[in-house]
Design a protein around this ligand. Structure first.
Ligand SMILES: *Cc1c(COP(=O)(O)O)cnc(C)c1O
Length: 461
């Protein structure tokens, strides 16, 4: 790999910048108080380094921006649709494409088309919107990921693997005609951005062929998964990300895609498949929810930016810098003795708030507290993934107190520099050094649904 040898240095240079607000500690203390100690309620203008999510936050290239100017905003048959279709055929290899406004639009179509009332949909860990659409279509999600995925300390290199025994137990129990497809996600988000291996997928394919079950890929971060296979799976070190990614797609029957991640665009998504009958039904259904089948809720310019984004994202150079930057941050935190989830994933570093603030009870919301402290320390905005996100048990009304009490530091693609990562490391270490004096939070406002978005807190005295 060319001139960079061992460095993950970026394969691009910066041509336009966005100025950020530099705030004082006093201003940040006021801002987080006003936001009820919830980072989702803080204003973007008050944030210095925004690690809330990697969704739709990528920086586009000059080529993508140039493509925006070539938007063919025709209602039907936009030129940009055909360019996107060509890119999907070339790199993903699926024959048929239906664009959607973002990933969940594609999930809605696929779930409605493939799931019947009472069906079971196994998957390698749930994702929030994916599971919700499966349930809305009358199905039930069943987790068949390997046990290691639920253990933050397990160093397993492929924590995204499917446990075929768990899958077989389900199929034996309900019958394969109750299992329309398995939902297979690349670089499993909720497990910390953990990949599956090609060996695991090959076994899954053989099993599914035998039992006549389709494999539908959640392709959202699957190019990043391909990069991990190249790094970690014996026999693939000399294969390109492009070849490995194509192998993955070739072993699956179709995909849903949130282009806001791998696709290097701010909005967009699609459904793709090889079956003509399924495609025709998807093409028909998309007009109900998204728009005509040649735009599906996307502007022509956005389809063009995505077609170009796919070409850029599939390269080793991009992935080496992308994953290298996340790893750089993770390793620095690890070397400073900060407890993080292992192994370091592709899109985020997860702090283990349970071990960071062991003196706080889980009902004093250690991860929520830590996210607020990181904001106060250096204007770094992160996300709670713990007791607040997990919500209440509907039976008992008590907090679910999940095994994982985490703060997610999610890195947008091509946006921040190595020095920004150093600021983040310093901020985490500074909070670590004063951790014993940190007090927890109490919830003072709790909305009924998905409370983590809008809940408000106050410090315990
Ligand atoms: C973001 C995401 C989705 C949903 O996509 P949207 O574009 O946000 O609708 C689906 N699956 C995974 C794994 C995701 O990360």
């Amino acid at each position: 790999m060319s001139v960079r040898k061992h460095s993950w240095a970026e394969p691009y240079k910066i041509k336009m910048v966005e100025l950020l607000t530099m705030t004082s500690r006093e201003e940040r203390m006021e801002a987080i108080r006003e936001a009820g100690y919830n980072t989702f309620l803080t204003k973007s203008k008050d944030v210095y380094i925004d690690l809330l999510t990697d969704s739709g936050t990528s920086a586009m290239s000059d080529r993508q921006w140039a493509g925006m100017m070539l938007g063919d905003e025709a209602y039907a048959g936009s030129e940009n649709f055909y360019n996107l279709e060509e890119a999907v055929r070339k790199y993903y290899g699926y024959r048929y494409l239906v664009p959607t406004h973002q990933g969940r639009g594609a999930e809605n179509l696929m779930s409605q088309l493939l799931i019947k009332q009472g069906d079971c949909i196994p998957g390698n860990m749930y994702f929030t919107t994916t599971r919700l659409h499966q349930e809305l279509a009358g199905g039930a999600f069943v987790d068949v990921i390997i046990d290691e995925a639920h253990d933050p300390d397990s160093p397993h290199p492929f924590k995204g693997n499917v446990d075929l025994d768990k899958l077989d137990r389900l199929v034996q129990e309900v019958g394969s005609d109750r299992v329309p497809y398995i939902s297979l996600e690349g670089n499993v988000n909720m497990a910390g951005g953990q990949p599956f291996s090609l060996a695991n997928l090959r076994k899954l394919r053989a099993y599914c062929d035998e039992h006549d079950i389709a494999i539908m890929l959640d392709a959202t971060r699957t190019m990043e998964n391909a990069y991990f296979i190249r790094e970690r799976e014996a026999g693939y070190e000399n294969h390109s990300v492009r070849e490995i990614f194509r192998d993955i797609c070739d072993m699956t029957d179709g995909c849903t895609m949130s282009a806001k991640k791998d696709g290097l665009v701010n909005i967009g998504g699609f459904f793709a498949c090889n079956d003509e009958e399924l495609f025709k039904r998807a093409q028909n259904l998309v007009v109900v929810y998204e728009g005509l089948h040649t735009y599906g809720g996307m502007a022509g310019r956005d389809m063009e930016a995505l077609a170009r984004g796919i070409e850029e994202a599939i390269t080793e150079d991009h992935q080496a810098a992308r994953i290298g930057q996340v790893r750089y941050l993770g390793e620095h935190l690890q070397n400073a003795g900060i407890p993080i989830v292992q192994p370091i994933g592709s899109h985020a570093v997860f702090l283990d708030a349970r071990r960071f603030l062991p003196h706080l009870d889980q009902d004093e919301y250690p991860a929520q507290t830590l996210a607020a402290e990181l904001y106060i320390e250096a204007g770094v905005r992160t996300m709670e993934r713990g007791n607040v996100s997990a919500g209440r048990d509907p039976e008992t009304g008590q907090n679910r107190r999940p095994a994982l009490e985490l703060v997610r530091l999610t890195i947008p693609r091509r946006v921040y520099t190595q020095a920004h990562m150093d600021v983040v490391t310093d901020a985490v270490v500074d909070v670590w050094n004063r951790r014993e004096s940190i007090k927890g939070l109490k919830m003072v406002y709790e909305p009924e649904y998905l409370r983590f978005f809008q809940a408000r807190f106050e410090p315990l005295d």
